[in-house]
Every structure is written in C-alpha cells, then in structure tokens.
Design a protein around this ligand. Structure first.
Ligand SMILES: O=C(O)CCC(=O)C(=O)O
Length: 287
C-alpha cells in the first residue's frame, strides 16, 4: 500500500488491477441487465450530444437492485481510501454508467494522438471543490473510485485523467463561491487553465462542441475489474471513441462528514448520514 500512497500523492490517482474478481464483475453486470429488463424507463438515455450514455445511481437505484452492494465498501480499496482521507471516511454515493457503441467519425483535428477519440469533456468533480482537503496530507476533498466493468483499450471508450500531485493542488490559487450548487462559500481550485494546450487551447469535438484541450493525460486502459482510485479534484473525463463496443463503469464516492457546509460527493443529500438513512438496510453494503 505504501507504493500506492506514494503514487497517489505524486499523481492524484492510482490504478488497481484486479480490484474486483470476475465474480464481482459478473454480479454487477448481470444485476444491471436484470434491472434494465425490469425497469426500462429508468435506463432511458438522457439528452444526446451525439453519443449515448445510460446510467442509474443513488439509494433509489439500490432499492431496486442489490447488484452493487458488494462494491460499496470493497476491501480492495477501502483501506487505501481510509489511509488517504482518514478513518472517518465513508461511502457517500454511487452510480453505474454505460457508454454505448458509437459510429461517428472523429474530427479531422485529432486530439492528443488518439485517432478514434470523439469527445473529451474535462472537469474537476464538483467544480474543483477542495473543502476539507487541507485535513489530509494528500490534499483530497473526496475520492472517486471508477471500476471498469469491461476491458478497456485504445479501441473503446475509457476514463482519462491528468496526473497532478497533492503539492500542485495545494499551491493553485483558490476562490470561494458565495453561491455554489454544492454549498455556500465553498473553496475551489482556480488553476487559470494550467493544463490547457497553449498551441491549440480548444478542441471542437466530433459533435460540434468546443471544449478546452488539455495535455498530459493518462488513458485508463485496464481489464474489467480494475479500479481507478482518484482525488476527485483532479481533471478527468470520459474519452468517447468511435467503437463497436459498449463500456460500463461503477462509480463509488467517499468523503468525511466535515466540513458539512460543503455538499461535494453527496449527490442530492445534505450529509453522509442522510445518504445512509436513505439506503436499503442490507448488511453487505457495510454501513
Ligand atoms: O466515463 C468515464 O469514464 C468518466 C465519467 C466522468 O467523467 C465522471 O464520472 O465524472
């Protein structure tokens, strides 16, 4: 674990291969397929920018299915999460996402040497809120774990992340938002576009959307069952590619209860306790 902690401190993430067994992965995928068959309306795609993603999450989803119970507090990541955030870190949200096959053509202007890439919407989660980050040595306000439910490689959608150390995050200028959807006066990173390509600052994606073009990314190409454990204030995105394959991911969030005025990582809930109260009472969830 010391190597993982060092990598996390220096890069803001760590990839754990075989975090989940093949049985763990099959239970998720079979459970999702059963839920989709039973509740098709819950799995209708949202607004379509040109490619299709479907997903479901939160306590309402967990009341419909136990497909993710064993992932909420999985032993392959929880000890690491607690070393980073502290012993009071807790599971505080989850979702499942599937990006569907897409046959759109990549734009002529290829991004980052990736000939099949169609779109990248880079973001720091929760607008880069870093409330509470100063309370751990990894400068981490919360952790997101993205488990691959399918093998990923350069010919399929994947998650991408920009390596960024705790020290770098600590040193960026910060601003306070008087009003933010996740709280009042919340502190967030304002890096002034530090990772934007100075030569070509924007990329017009395959669907006519203009996003900042960031450099230095790592594409998470790893087998089903692998886990990307990351500081959610790090830039990341789904790299959407021209592909005939779909790719599923399970997203689990952890944070500590304080500071309570910042609702980052909690979805629509006001506190971890409120989130836990809304969950079905099943021991396997582990809360
Ligand atoms: O599709 C992915 O792999 C990443 C999705 C994403 O950006 C996120 O969960 O915030």
């Amino acid at each position: 674990m010391e190597d993982q902690l060092k990598h996390f401190a220096e890069n803001g993430f760590v990839i754990i291969e075989q975090a989940l067994s093949s049985d763990d992965v099959a239970r998720v995928n079979d459970g999702i397929a059963a839920d989709e068959a039973a509740n098709p309306k819950e799995w209708e795609p949202g607004p379509r920018p040109g490619f299709i993603s479907v997903g479901s999450g939160g306590p309402k989803f967990m009341h419909r299915t136990d497909a993710l119970d064993h992932i909420a507090n999985h032993p392959s990541v929880v000890p690491l999460v607690k070393r980073i955030l502290g012993e009071d870190a807790q599971f505080c949200n989850l979702s499942f996402l599937r990006r569907e096959p897409c046959d759109a053509d990549p734009p002529e202007d290829i991004d980052g040497n990736d000939p099949l890439a169609l779109s990248r919407n880079w973001h720091r989660e929760y607008s880069g809120i870093v409330e509470g980050a100063e309370n751990n040595e990894y400068y981490t306000p919360g952790i997101q774990v993205i488990y691959n439910m399918d093998d990923t490689d350069p010919g399929i959608h994947c998650t991408s992340i920009i390596p960024e150390s705790a020290e770098t995050k600590r040193k960026w200028p910060k601003i306070r938002d008087a009003e933010n959807s996740y709280g009042k006066d919340v502190l967030r990173i304002d890096d002034g576009g530090a990772f934007v390509d100075p030569e070509k600052p924007t990329w017009l994606d395959a669907f006519g959307r203009n996003f900042p073009r960031l450099t230095g990314r790592v594409d998470v190409h790893a087998p089903a069952g692998s886990a990307l454990v990351f500081n959610q204030a790090s830039y990341h995105c789904g790299t959407v590619r021209k592909t005939e394959r779909s790719r599923g991911t399970t997203h689990i969030f952890y944070r500590v209860p304080e500071p309570a005025h910042s609702r980052h990582s909690l979805g629509n809930f006001d506190s971890i306790q409120a989130f836990h109260d809304a969950l079905p009472k099943r021991p396997e969830i582990g809360i």
